[in-house]
Design a protein around this ligand. Structure first.
Ligand SMILES: Nc1ncnc2c1ncn2[C@@H]1O[C@H](COP(=O)(O)OP(=O)(O)OP(=O)(O)O)[C@@H](O)[C@H]1O
Ligand SMILES: [Mg+2]
Length: 321
């Protein structure tokens, strides 16, 4: 089935969603979160330990009641219509607890029974889902003997047992080896692309969210700091920190070019590093730089932006708080 969805429809939305803990509600875990996730989107939540990712997800699936604000998932109120939300969502929690003494098949049977699925459909779905996550051979093994990666993959099968339209995946790849993590990412992409499933996931890896997410929300200390595509987040940092260029010019002494470029509007610094010119300039000054070099009578042989490493983009964004 191909995606046949209204991309502009908000399938998850929150308005000033807040959660406080503690005897006197003194600990703010989630602080007035305003969030929209579009139908069919893969949305990534990144933020340091204790940022409020799990707490947010728990509120969205009705496991925790907010202390302030409101939210809707698939049009259902996260406080008043929790049962409807359960029917339309699948959840991979972190940490996840299963019945260790039961086999993978028996565990899935248990979860399937929470939904109204007839026996024949159920038994076939169990086999299909375990095959999808690469656990066919372990179908009749007890979960207690599963490795971390196997448990995560089992968790995805469990989350899919009711054929949900929305998946909440809390750190779906943490603790898994690179091959298993790639398989998980590929599966998430496939579910989104081929089945139109909306995915809300959390992760500690910017590279991971860049690979699979349409948009990313950066959260720290309960506050949403930035939302957008990776490029939009990069731009946000660029705007503040400037852009770093590496430049090589023929026909002119390097020192003359550097002195000349210092006069360009928006130039923050210009210096010589390892035989080339390193520039730090405001965003959007690339053309002015090229024009200035030409005016001085130089010919540009190399002019590259030093792309900021994604993990640094993330660190810069969370540093602000
Ligand atoms: N049941 C609880 N009682 C008290 N405080 C809690 C409870 N659950 C979460 N917190 C606090 O709320 C804050 C947010 O925690 P949360 O688990 O949502 O963070 P997280 O972003 O998921 O972090 P991690 O990346 O480590 O999983 C933390 O300060 C945490 O200590
Ligand atoms: Mg968490």
């Amino acid at each position: 089935m191909d995606k046949e969805i209204n991309q502009n429809e908000n399938i998850i939305e929150t308005t000033n969603l807040s959660k406080r803990f503690g005897k006197h509600n003194e600990l703010i875990a989630v602080d007035s979160l305003n969030l929209d996730v579009k139908n069919g989107e893969v949305f990534g939540f990144v933020g340091p330990n204790g940022a409020g990712k799990t707490t947010t997800m728990k509120m969205l699936i009705g496991l925790l009641e907010p202390t302030g604000g409101s939210g809707k998932v698939a049009g259902f109120d996260i406080v008043k219509q929790v049962i409807r939300i359960r029917e339309t969502t699948g959840v991979l929690p972190e940490p996840a607890g299963y019945y260790d003494n039961l086999t993978a098949r028996q565990n899935l049977r248990f979860y399937a029974k929470l939904y109204d699925i007839d026996e024949k459909t159920r038994e076939k779905r169990i086999v299909d889902l375990l095959e999808l996550v690469g656990l066919s051979r372990a179908i009749d093994q007890r979960i207690g003997g599963f490795s971390t990666g196997m448990r995560k993959r089992f968790g995805l099968a469990q989350a899919l047992i009711n054929e949900p339209g929305i998946l909440f995946l809390d750190e779906p790849t943490s603790g898994i080896d690179p091959l298993g993590a790639q398989m998980m990412r590929d599966l998430i992409k496939k579910l989104s692309k081929e089945n139109g499933v909306t995915v809300f996931l959390s992760s500690h890896s910017m590279a991971e969210v860049e690979e699979i997410c349409d948009r990313i929300g950066v959260i720290a200390r309960g506050k949403l700091l930035a939302v957008g595509t990776v490029e939009e987040l990069r731009d946000k940092v660029r705007e503040k920190e400037g852009v770093r260029y590496s430049l090589e010019v023929q026909d002119l002494p390097m020192q003359r070019v550097i002195e000349g470029l210092k006069g360009v509007k928006g130039m923050r610094s210009a210096e010589s590093i390892n035989g080339h010119i390193s520039l730090l300039a405001d965003m959007g000054t690339r053309i002015e730089i090229a024009v200035a070099v030409k005016r001085m009578g130089g010919a540009i042989s190399r002019f590259e932006e030093e792309k900021m490493n994604l993990q640094r983009v993330f660190l810069r964004l969370i540093e602000a708080v």
